[in-house]
Write a protein that binds this ligand. Structure first.
Ligand SMILES: [Zn+2]
Length: 274
């Protein structure tokens, strides 16, 4: 239902008009969902229930937030947002873009290479046109699974992140090892093997953590567990990687696979929320 309404509205109205008036449309639609049982922590509106897509995703009808965006906002508020931060966000969710862009305490830059998302810049994550040590906080959500040269992207994140900075990363995950096969190239094959036509691999939590350590990061894996039907519509099980540049004098290696690099086991830290 939600997907078909969204598709119809997108077919009728031009993109620029929708970007300008999206929140008005959503607010009208939200009236059917207004309630007290649930709450979106991004727009703070009370809900009778979340919208459910056929894939089972819980979406806030008012701001359009996904479960992972609500988790990210919750995490950011737990101590990662401070005054005067310089923040870089790759292809942000519209709900968080609007939220963070309004905030005057930070310098918030959103970038999107595809041109599909709300953004201020169009950087290539494997070749960022930015000076070293530029940002205190980088958000890189559901990006790396689209990038063929992901180690190069990680090295660019390392380069533009301040040594005191933090980068928060998530991708879709599977059990076991990373699955990637360069011979899988067509959108149809990628859909079949990776679950989405523009994905180039499926990471595992441990596999991504290991690859990030190869690029020079310390990795902390945060594991969140929630009860089904929780108030904020969080996923029942979710992993987020919080990474920081490893302590100098560690130097990130070059991209070649043959380079020997120090390996630090990522730190796994479970979080049980009530
Ligand atoms: Zn919302």
């Amino acid at each position: 239902m939600y997907n078909s309404i969204k598709k119809t509205v997108k077919a009728i109205f031009p993109k620029s008009f929708l970007n300008k008036h999206e929140l008005t449309f959503r607010y009208l639609y939200y009236q059917f969902y207004r309630g007290r049982k649930f709450q979106c922590n991004i727009c703070t509106n009370g809900l009778r229930r979340f919208l459910r897509t056929k894939e089972g995703e819980r979406i806030c009808p008012c701001c359009g937030s996904l479960a992972r965006s609500r988790r990210l906002w919750d995490l950011l508020q737990s101590g990662y947002l401070r005054k005067n931060l310089k923040i870089l966000d790759f292809s942000p969710s519209r709900s968080l873009y609007r939220k963070l862009k309004r905030e005057k305490n930070y310098s918030y830059t959103a970038t999107d290479f595809s041109g599909e998302f709300l953004a201020d810049k169009q950087y290539d994550i494997t070749d960022l046109e930015l000076p070293d040590d530029s940002f205190d906080l980088i958000i890189c959500y559901h990006i790396l699974e689209h990038v063929e040269e992901d180690l190069k992207a990680m090295q660019e994140l390392y380069r533009v992140l301040k040594t005191s900075g933090v980068c928060i990363i998530q991708t879709p995950f599977k059990e076991g090892e990373i699955f990637e096969d360069p011979s899988i190239r067509t959108p149809e094959e990628r859909q079949k093997h990776y679950g989405q036509a523009d994905h180039v691999r499926i990471y595992s939590v441990g596999g991504l953590a290991k690859r990030l350590t190869m690029a020079g990061f310390q990795v902390e894996v945060k594991a969140f567990t929630e009860k089904p039907g929780n108030k904020n519509g969080f996923k029942e099980q979710e992993y987020v990687l919080v990474i920081q540049p490893d302590i100098p004098p560690f130097a990130p290696p070059q991209c070649e696979n043959s380079v020997q690099v120090p390996f630090h086991q990522p730190v796994f830290r479970g979080q049980q929320n009530p």
